[in-house]
Design a protein around this ligand. Sequence first.
Ligand SMILES: Cc1cc2nc3c(=O)[nH]c(=O)nc-3n(C[C@H](O)[C@H](O)[C@H](O)COP(=O)(O)OP(=O)(O)OC[C@H]3O[C@@H](n4cnc5c(N)ncnc54)[C@H](O)[C@@H]3O)c2cc1C
Length: 463
Amino acid sequence: MLSKQAVSNTIDYALSKFKNLYFPDHAYFSILQKTFNQLIKRPTPIAIAEIQNSNEVSDILLESAFDDVPIFMRSGGHSYAGFSTGKGLVLDSRQLKEVKYNSNSITLGAGLTLKEAQDQLATNGFTFPSGEFPDVGVAGYFLGGGHSRRSRYLGMGADSVKSMSVHLASGERLQSVSPTHHSDLYWALLGGGGGNFAYVDSFEIEKIPSFKEYFFKYTFPASVINESNDVFAFWEDATKKSPDHIAVNITVYIHNGYISKLIVSGLIMNIQGDLAEAEAQFKKTIWSELANFDPSEFEGQMSNPNFIRSNRMKEMTFKGASHYAEDEIGINGFEQIKEAIRRYSKQSNMYMGLYSMGGKIHRPPREISFPHRNSLYMIDLFSNFREDTSKHDLFRNNFNSLYRSLENLFSGRSYVNYPDPDFGTDWPQRYYGDSLERLIEVKRKYDPRNRFDYGVHSLSRLV
Ligand SMILES: Cc1cc2nc3c(=O)[nH]c(=O)nc-3n(C[C@H](O)[C@H](O)[C@H](O)COP(=O)(O)OP(=O)(O)OC[C@H]3O[C@@H](n4cnc5c(N)ncnc54)[C@H](O)[C@@H]3O)c2cc1C
């Protein structure tokens, strides 16, 4: 840790040398510093560099005044745990928004949000497998793996990345990190989580032509769900049998100890025809057998930009974490979940999302470190702490009890992009599974001085 004097010397020196470097006394600093999740209070950074072009990154990393300052990397700022900011120098990428069309690929600047990237690509007839929340950054999303409704058809977000331009902690720039150049770093960056190995300034992704897709949903009333587990059990089985181009998820709404409603929703992708054709195709699949499922709930075509929600949120106060299901948990498993909801969600509002995997997720085009691809689905527990702060401890305890009480049903693995600071010492195995040992080797090789250390769940803690 830097002494007060050392910090002050660093600041004076750096101020005189770098433009776009902001310190806590600057009005703009408070805007740059904001994290999306208001529940997690992160220490104030020493300084934030708002990167204007990628050359600046190496200059900063080579600057001896920053030698002993921990470096944080930040793009969309949506880390659940605020891991992209902390007591050190934050490299903020949000100005790196260039989109370049190459003959066989597209290059996305690290500062683009999912919506900005999809909007730009759509105007030129392309798309990529992105999540649906508009302001999440492409950088953190790709580096953790990138789950999306489209993944059964197109693969994980990270599977679409062909190469990256990166800056190592030493200041060295590697223009192309790919399966053939620095393949170990390519492997580690995609799925090994952001913030650990190197700063990525851009991602070269596959050129995927956009396609027609239709969205559908159906709301099951609380009475149906609270009386039986048939819908859950059907969904688990059908997810295994679904064609790749149909992805169906479940969202369970939990209010004060009970399931208040359950929504089954999904996408039917790459349809050559109109809505009637989409419905006809859907009816031929196992999904049409879902009890009470009414295909008239189909909504119209979703053009690619609109696929991502348009309602933006400046910030939220929440807690979230995930489990992965390796196989079906069946009627008894869902009964255990409902019992846990009755016991542990009193006075809380929560959501539980069940996201189908399979399809192309099981057939990656290139080897990357994302360790959960063979799972059947991911289950994500999310609690929105809307009420006054005096109840936050209660909500947090409820959440942790509910999450832990489901442990025996699932694989013991969790998505690194839904990091939960309340996880115990098993966090490395949870996030990285079978990739862990090799990730630690790559960390040692490319960041031997642990300059990229974002705190409790950073791989720097393990080397
Ligand atoms: C409301 C909400 C909805 C979400 N929906 C989905 C979803 O549908 N699917 C899904 O897979 N995930 C989803 N996520 C999780 C999301 O993928 C992660 O939060 C992701 O890490 C956010 O990336 P970011 O760039 O916005 O975040 P940041 O906070 O900027 O960064 C996240 C991590 O990546 C590192 N990082 C950031 N930029 C760089 C860089 N240029 N080089 C190296 N490391 C970097 C940071 O140090 C940090 O550790 C959601 C998150 C939220 C809050």
